[in-house]
Write a new protein. Sequence first.
Length: 133
Amino acid sequence: MSGPNYVLDKGYTLANSGALQDIYRFMVFAGTENSVVQASAITNKAVGVVQQRVDAADSATGNVQVDVRILGISKVEAAGVIALGALVAPSLNGRAQTAVSTQFAHGIAFQAATAAGQWIDVLLAPPVGAALP
């Protein structure tokens, strides 16, 4: 297993108000440029991938900062089977899934996933249009 490959991480305020925040999930802006929440729709344009887990008690304080990997290689939790080299996008719960034509692709799978819940390396990149070839 390879280690992290930092390129660009940015700190944001977590805006999920008392909910558990799992590690390695896609995040989206939560109304302002300085706060994020976990992606919740397959059409979300993600900001990046959260790099730590936050429990519900800490989240309830409303004053939690999280690191979000915007560019570089990050672990991302798979929503299901993903082929090596596939373009990935957020699923309904912020996990990575193979991108389809109605989604913004956010990276390339550097590892394959054979089942949901596996962490795979993904090369993150700025979102690529909602019309993939």
